[in-house]
Design a protein. Structure first.
Length: 490
């Protein structure tokens, strides 16, 4: 499972737009660390700069200086489709008969292959291997026909199936679009009373001092140009399906999504977890950084003392950005170091947000035991992840998900080497989050995909047919041993 992307956009003729985009991307760095880019326009042309690496590595004073203009879009990427190459980095730029268009896209289309084949049959050629390039070229082709990028986007949106929160740049406008299910977040802000800002998360608005105006609505197209801000409801929402994993892990805790502060949501998950999965222990410790709010909530509700037991080296990027398994295992040690005095001789309740492959968890638990802990009880604020994500979070194939591979929580407990393991239930998650189920996508936990997945796409990730859980079920099917949410060795 890997991370996804951060998008940004600004229409601000009186602002230093490239520098503001740089800071916006800096705040969104957690959403993608593979490549970063900015496309800037000055009314006549679009200039692009993108490179592999972190935002702070990609840009320096000299580069930003060259990117002068009145409007810009930016992107921080971790690949969810397409490989790790510069050709797949964003923004991407294409030409149409009226000029240029650039795209910054977060999410994942599920009908890319069909769209791409259709376009190739009509003579279109592609440089990259991502869904974003397909979107961009479709818009360029449509714009040739309709005469404006805005109309082209309105014509393309119904053809895009899947998740997209994207910003587009023309020489004179910044346009934001969001899929009709609103899977990925996207917000709109205002800077200095006149510039319009779009960003994946509100933390990017906070950093540049922009005021939060509202969220982009599912199915909406918003244009910022010299006439101001205008919006069109291009598609009606069949049902909102905001990614619940944004609350659990992906988004920054200081962002607000759908009016809910992510930190509060995570703390609520921790409190609920303490109610549903109590355990006797001496101290509750978080797995830094994403496990912190849930661990605070768990300690609050359980009454157990909260403590730090693992120290994170802040300067190491998240381990998952090293796709090689050998490096990933080493990554745990590079990233975390145990506080021996806090752990030795104690029964540890370790709280984390999720288990994906289980590799990191196993490494951390071993580390805590080596430091002298007498027991390690693991509590997870998300339910077991049993299904792949097709909407922009790379959950890998089912065969890599430990909760899909194992047929019981007990088996997972053994695999990661914990004394007990307790997951959040789906009901508990909804209660803890205080967000109605009908607004959320829960598919990686339930196997119920709000946007139907084409069979060929589905087969590519379902290389694990034998599982205790059948698709669409929240609980194991009859006949298989029912894992209780908590299991301790008998
Ligand atoms: P593991 O124990 O190896 O399954 O690693 C799970 C950890 O990876 C969790 O504690 C999360 O903090 C983190 N994680 C969760 N989702 C993702 C994701 N999409 N990409 C990268 N890391 C993730
Ligand atoms: Fe988010 Fe999971 Fe739905 Fe993917 S499947 S959009 S990770 S909730």
């Amino acid at each position: 499972m890997r991370e996804e992307c951060g998008v940004f956009g600004i229409y601000g003729p009186d602002e230093d737009v490239s520098r503001l985009t740089y800071f916006g991307l800096f705040a969104l760095q957690h959403r993608g660390q593979e490549s970063a880019g900015i496309a800037v326009a000055d009314g006549r042309d679009i200039t692009l700069y993108r490179e592999m690496g972190l935002v702070s590595q990609v840009f320096d004073e000299a580069t930003l200086e060259r990117l002068s203009g009145d409007l810009a879009i930016g992107h921080a990427r971790y690949s969810t489709t397409g490989s790790t190459t510069l050709a797949n980095a964003q923004p991407m730029v294409a030409e149409w008969r009226g000029g240029k268009i650039a795209i910054s896209h977060n999410g994942n289309l599920i009908n890319t292959l069909a769209l791409r084949r259709e376009m190739e049959a009509q003579g279109e050629t592609f440089e990259a291997s991502s869904d974003s390039e397909v979107m961009l070229r479709m818009v360029a082709r449509e714009a040739d026909r309709t005469g404006t990028v805005e109309e082209a986007l309105a014509a393309c949106m119904p053809q895009w199936h899947g998740a997209y929160s994207a910003t587009f740049l023309t020489e004179k406008s910044v346009i934001a679009v969001r899929d009709p299910y609103g899977v990925r977040p996207l917000c709109v802000g205002r800077l200095n009373g006149q510039a319009t800002v779009f960003a994946s998360e509100t933390c990017a608005l906070n950093l540049i001092g922009a005021e939060f105006l509202r969220e982009a609505q599912p199915g909406e197209l918003i244009v910022a140009d010299e006439d101001g801000l205008r919006s069109r409801a291009v598609l009606t929402t069949p049902r909102q399906a905001l990614c619940v994993f944004e609350y659990i892990y992906l988004a920054r805790p200081d962002s607000k999504i759908s009016d809910r502060l992510v930190h509060e949501a995570r703390r609520g998950l921790g409190r609920q977890l303490a109610d549903d999965q109590p355990v006797d222990g001496d101290v509750v410790i978080p797995v830094p950084d994403t496990g912190w709010p849930a661990a605070i909530g768990y300690a609050e509700r359980s009454g157990l003392p909260f403590g730090e037991g693992l120290i994170r080296n802040r300067y190491v990027p998240r381990t998952f950005i090293q796709p090689d398994q050998r490096l990933r295992e080493l990554g745990v040690k590079i990233k975390l170091n145990p506080l021996r005095d806090a752990l030795a001789g104690r029964r540890i309740v370790m709280v984390d947000d999720s288990i994906v492959r289980g590799t990191t968890k196993r490494g951390i638990i071993g580390m805590i035991r080596d430091a002298g802990a007498t027991e390690v009880h693991v509590r997870i604020s998300a339910p077991p992840i049993r299904w792949p994500c097709y909407y922009g979070v790379d959950t890998s194939n089912r065969s890599e998900l430990i909760a899909a591979r194992c047929s019981s929580v007990e088996e997972i407990r053994r695999a990661i080497g914990a004394d007990s393991l307790g997951y959040q239930s789906i009901q508990g998650m909804l209660k803890g989050l205080q967000i109605p189920r009908r607004k959320l996508c829960l598919a990686c936990f339930t196997g119920r995909y709000p946007i139907a997945i084409p069979k060929d796409v589905r087969l590519s990730k379902l290389d694990l047919e034998e599982s205790a859980w059948r698709e669409g079920e929240e609980e194991p099917r009859a006949g298989t041993p029912a894992p209780s949410p908590t299991e301790t060795p008998g």
